[in-house]
Ligand binder design. Structure first.
Ligand SMILES: Cc1cc2nc3c(=O)[nH]c(=O)nc-3n(C[C@H](O)[C@H](O)[C@H](O)COP(=O)(O)O)c2cc1C
Length: 184
């Protein structure tokens, strides 16, 4: 790991009171200060259109550059209708193009899903993994974090459940190890 090690954070929910944002904030608070984490703003990205590959869209260039420069990408996302939210799929597509300029090739990607429901957003996670596999990204396999009944782990301060805190700590330890292996 170098002083400039950095993680780009994508939160798949656009809403202000997002529970996924709360989990992301907790995870980031547990990551050592030697690793920089910067959020990728996905809210202002026009819906991907292949015609745009021949032109320059500032917000597209911003996210592509940010993801390209990152040693790893951390995605924390809900599930919408049994798959990843459209805003997340949009940035996956934007960063995968133009053809042969995908930022995902070989990229280290770590994933957390959270839902108030019983399945923890697992289908969203599986679909992210499917896209990342096709795009030749490298993903943390274990632990696979799909937080079910996730609102029960939260209070106004953030993640209040000790069990969930411990579970997420294991994930953070893996993530630090994973990023630490970056081409050093
Ligand atoms: C359009 C839409 C579709 C949803 N579909 C699912 C779903 O398939 N599975 C699930 O567990 N929750 C689903 N939910 C509920 C979300 O898990 C819940 O709203 C959650 O709080 C969203 O995450 P956020 O708080 O980070 O925005 C859906 C919510 C919306 C708005």
């Amino acid at each position: 790991m170098t002083a400039s090690t950095n993680i780009a954070l994508i939160i798949g929910s656009l809403r202000k009171a997002s529970i996924n944002r709360k989990f992301a904030e907790h995870i980031v608070s547990q990551i050592p200060n030697s690793i920089r984490v910067s959020e990728v703003n996905i809210a202002d990205l026009p819906l991907y259109n292949q015609d745009y590959d021949d032109t320059t869209i500032d917000s597209y260039e911003r996210v592509r550059a940010q993801l390209k420069a990152a040693d790893a990408v951390l995605i924390v996302t809900p599930e919408h209708n049994r798959t990843m939210p459209a805003a997340l799929k949009n940035v996956v597509d934007i960063a995968s193009r133009p053809f042969k300029e995908s930022v995902w090739t070989g990229k280290k990607v770590a994933l957390v899903t959270a839902s108030p429901g019983s399945f923890g957003g697992i289908n969203s996670g599986l679909d992210v993994r499917k896209s990342m596999q096709m795009l030749s990204a490298q993903m943390i396999i274990n632990p696979e974090i799909n937080l079910s009944r996730a609102t029960e782990s939260l209070d106004e301060q953030g993640v209040s459940s000790e069990r969930t805190q411990k579970y997420l700590q294991r994930f953070v330890d893996e993530l630090v190890e994973f990023v630490g292996n970056t081409g050093a």
